[in-house]
Design a binder for this molecule. Structure first.
Ligand code: AMP
Ligand code: MG
Length: 400
């Protein structure tokens, strides 16, 4: 058996080969969810722009809080008050700017107002209930760095500094080609004998959509050298990266390997990974190419572990690798393997922390194991697991 390439080494190699796309575009912030910033955003203003009240109440001078204070003005959010005369208080509402001279806000629950005069109960300290100017962001601060995938809260943050549009990388175009004479598309009639439905195309379309990348659908290609060559060249011309499924083993019906070698450059690896041993990486002409295995479960796992970080780096993302968490195993692994195993598990939160339960059938032919799980438990080569042992897990919500 040829040497198996460890997953980390394969990942390091593909990441070293990934070149972020240069093209950018400008988008309204409202439309920028999921895009990747190609330039950092700095703030031109302080947020909040002025000291303002965190409460409905009265603004006054803290050292005058023991006196009955005439209420000299009323300042609602959006209004600008006048300087506070000594020996008086301002009625103030949440979000309104603190008038000059006042150094504290007393919440209305601790105040009594009668005939235009307010008295305060309880201790009053300087600065209480005041949100200071610039407490969130100061003018000149970097609000978000380049390489960041924009989340909903980031859109809000950009808006809070008055930013109406952003410069982002254009979405990567990723061509997907399914190889296999046995494949037919759902919706194209009953299954002929010997056929199966093409599921990889759908999994990959969904995975690319969650990454905000463009799915360039190249359909199914027959297990034939010329058809494979034609389809690969066509895919490479239409996309920034080509992903194929199936046909990367060394069987007589596996043509992807030879055709990529003919029209580009290829590294074929036997990865120390389970599910999903054969994986190809290279170029068709100048277009990066990733050949995933055929088994649907292997496609999912190898995409998440190798293709996803590669594509994210091409997309300009700074940290393309997902975080790992820890959980307690509610299963055993009695026999250690030569490959790093990615068990499909369900994580549950218990008072003792996260607990991982293994899906019953871990065969690489069982796609249900992915659909009915919410995480992958990483079992390194040569490792056995006893009930209750700590294992590393990757949440599917963070990678798929
Ligand atoms: P291969 O690497 O081409 O030999 O494929 C390995 C296994 O995955 C075979 O059982 C194929 O039938 C299956 N397979 C390949 N491509 C797909 C696909 N697009 N959808 C579902 N199963 C597939
Ligand atoms: Mg095949």
């Amino acid at each position: 058996m040829s040497k198996l390439l460890p997953v980390d080494e394969a990942l390091a190699r593909v990441l070293a080969a990934a070149r972020p796309i240069a093209e950018s575009m400008t988008l309204p912030v409202l439309d920028a969810l999921g895009y990747v910033l190609s330039a950092e955003v700095t703030s031109a203003i302080d947020v909040p722009p002025a000291d303002n009240s965190a409460m409905d109440g009265y603004a006054l001078r803290a050292h005058e809080a023991g006196q009955a204070l005439p209420v000299s003005q009323r300042i609602a959010a959006g209004r600008v008050g006048t300087a506070l005369m000594a020996g008086s208080a301002a009625r103030i509402f949440t979000g309104a700017a603190i008038p000059a001279g006042a150094d504290t806000v007393v919440m209305q629950e601790n105040c009594t107002e009668e005939a235009g005069v307010v008295t305060v109960s309880g201790a009053v300290t300087v600065g209480q209930n005041i949100r200071p100017r610039g407490q969130d962001i100061c003018a000149g601060d970097t609000v978000l760095d380049r390489g960041r995938v924009l989340r909903p809260q980031d859109l809000g943050l950009l808006a809070s500094v008055g930013c109406a549009s952003v410069t982002v990388h254009r979405p990567l175009r990723v061509a997907v080609l399914s190889t296999g004479d046995e494949l037919i598309e759902p919706g194209s009639g009953e299954l002929p004998e010997g056929a199966i439905y093409n599921s990889n195309r759908y999994t990959l379309a969904g995975l690319l959509r969650t990454l905000n990348m463009e799915f360039v659908d190249c359909g199914i290609v027959a297990d034939d050298p010329d058809a494979t060559a034609g389809a690969l060249l066509d895919a490479a011309a239409r996309a920034d990266c080509v992903i194929t499924t199936g046909g990367v083993s060394v069987g007589e019906e596996d043509h992807v390997k030879n055709q990529v070698e003919r029209h580009g450059r290829l590294d074929l690896w036997k990865l120390a990974i389970k599910p999903g041993k054969p994986l190809a990486f290279g170029r068709i002409g100048d277009t990066p190419f990733i050949g995933l295995p055929g088994n649907p479960t292997s496609v999912f796992v190898t995409f998440c572990l190798i293709a996803r970080p590669f594509l994210l780096k091409m997309q300009g993302v700074d940290e393309p690798e997902p975080p790992h968490l820890q959980a307690r195993a509610a299963f055993v692994v009695n026999k250690s393997g030569a490959r790093q195993d990615y068990l499909r598990v369900t994580l549950e939160s218990t008072p003792e922390g996260l607990v991982a339960t293994k899906f019953s059938n871990q065969s690489s032919g069982v796609l249900r194991s992915v659909s009915h799980s919410n995480a992958l438990a990483v079992i390194p080569p040569g490792v056995t697991v006893a009930q209750g042992d700590r294992v590393e897990v990757m949440l599917l919500d963070l990678i798929a």
